[in-house]
Ligand binder design. Structure first.
Ligand SMILES: *[C@@H]1O[C@H](CO)[C@@H](O)[C@H](O)[C@H]1NC(C)=O
Ligand SMILES: *[C@@H]1O[C@H](CO)[C@@H](O)[C@H](O)[C@H]1NC(C)=O
Ligand SMILES: *[C@@H]1O[C@H](CO)[C@@H](O)[C@H](O)[C@H]1NC(C)=O
Ligand SMILES: *[C@@H]1O[C@H](CO)[C@@H](O)[C@H](O)[C@H]1NC(C)=O
Ligand SMILES: *[C@@H]1O[C@H](CO)[C@@H](O)[C@H](O)[C@H]1NC(C)=O
Ligand SMILES: *[C@@H]1O[C@H](CO)[C@@H](O)[C@H](O)[C@H]1NC(C)=O
Length: 343
């Protein structure tokens, strides 16, 4: 999600205590931070960006308490996180954002050559979550299916694989990038590969092609972990059938994973335009996810909702509870992570 959504989307989940985790195997939070200050490259670790706060991760996992700091001291002073402590039961998942232009500096281009310093910081965060604490981590390139200019995210940058844009990285490069990243975590079964945050403003067939290239390279590298593949249109669940011929519903079923361990990555905010930027929660997920749910059942796919949220109003608490219950009652949903905690 874009930074503009953060204010409204930091939220309280105290209404969500003790869910019966019937079909939900993963539940947790989104760790925003590695993608911060996207216009500053390479940026300084701990100043412009950071991944996770290990002590906070420990608290989430050990006490099942989601802690939000009173202010985000590090990066965006316009982001004011709420001061309350939030409680979730069974936090076992962290979705950790990073910026592609930092992992693959522009002088190298998108692909298998990484900035090893940035990777080392990232791996330390992932290893702490997974190896030290035993929770799961979703690797999240927070790039909107774009690479080369993240300065005005989510608006700037060339869509990966767009052959009519000479500055764009290719689908092949995206595949090679994922093959390399995945292979570096091949032996860590607690890692989940989130292919891309919120593709938008491109052809759904291209999103499919890029997703497919990533899956093919990950599997070719011998990695068998769960993959989360996004559709187009900000990964929205409510809009899965929008855009006619080019809808996610019409195109994304063609995705193929040779070992059948890929789920769709869905984002669903509950405000009036599903953007997560308004205080009131008015978009009932039971209504707006129903078509996606049927589609998943029909095509025998699963999904994880890796971004959702609402403000700290009573109406939002109630509707967030509705959404979590809805996911528990519908076995096509296998997990979720909620936006957001900063570093
Ligand atoms: C990290 O989290 C701990 C525990 O929540 C908190 O006390 C500390 O201030 C945090 N550190 C930073 C740099 O935000
Ligand atoms: C790699 O990252 C480090 C740490 O941020 C930075 O000092 C260095 O300049 C980066 N290298 C490239 C090629 O971007
Ligand atoms: C997008 O779709 C349009 C219409 O089908 C097509 O002309 C164009 O080549 C496509 N572009 C890409 C990059 O997929
Ligand atoms: C490809 O890039 C061109 C030029 O920037 C743009 O007009 C077009 O919409 C893009 N197409 C896709 C499918 O992203
Ligand atoms: C679900 O699909 C039906 C049939 O195409 C459509 O009439 C309805 O508006 C859709 N529901 C939502 C909430 O988009
Ligand atoms: C909700 O958040 C706003 C903005 O941070 C704050 O002023 C307000 O006191 C909060 N309300 C509750 C009920 O926590």
């Amino acid at each position: 999600m874009g930074v503009q959504r953060l204010l409204a989307a930091t939220m309280c989940v105290s209404a969500l205590i003790t869910p019966t985790l019937a079909t939900i195997y993963w539940a947790g939070i989104d760790e925003s931070g590695g993608e911060f200050a996207p216009g500053v490259l390479p940026g300084t670790f701990g100043v412009d960006y950071a991944f996770t706060n290990n002590s906070a991760v420990d608290i989430y996992v050990k006490e099942s308490k989601v802690f939000l700091p009173s202010s985000n001291s590090i990066i965006e002073n316009r982001i004011k996180l709420l001061t309350r402590d939030f409680v979730l039961s069974k936090v076992n998942l962290f979705r950790v954002a990073f910026l592609l232009e930092r992992m693959c500096p522009l002088e190298y281009g998108l692909g298998s050559k990484f900035n090893e310093t940035y990777f080392k910081y990232y791996k330390e965060a992932i290893d702490h979550i997974t190896l030290t604490r035993g929770a799961y981590a979703i690797l999240d390139p927070h790039n909107y299916m774009r690479y080369n200019d993240a300065s005005e995210q989510p608006l700037s940058g060339s869509v990966i694989g767009n052959w009519s844009d000479p500055k764009a990285a290719t689908t092949q490069q995206f595949g090679e990038f994922w093959g390399e990243l995945a292979s570096r975590f091949r032996h860590n079964e607690k890692v989940i590969f989130g292919l891309m945050n919120e593709p938008w403003g491109t052809n759904t067939s291209l999103v499919l092609k890029n997703d497919q290239a990533a899956i093919d390279h990950i599997r070719a590298a011998g990695c068998e972990q769960l993959i989360l593949a996004p559709g187009n249109d900000w990964a929205g669940g409510h809009s899965w059938f929008d855009n006619g011929e080019d809808s996610n519903a019409n195109v994304m079923w063609k995705l193929h994973d040779p070992i059948h361990n890929t789920a769709f990555d869905i984002h669903e905010y509950l405000d009036v335009d599903f953007s997560g930027s308004h205080v009131d929660c008015v978009s009932d997920p039971r209504i707006f996810l129903s078509n996606l749910t049927s589609w998943l059942e029909k095509h025998d796919f699963k999904a994880m909702i890796t971004e959702f949220g609402g403000s700290n109003t009573t109406g939002c608490y109630d509707m967030l509870k509705v959404l979590v219950d809805y996911m528990e009652e519908n076995p096509v949903y296998i997990g979720w992570s909620m936006w957001a905690a900063g570093t």
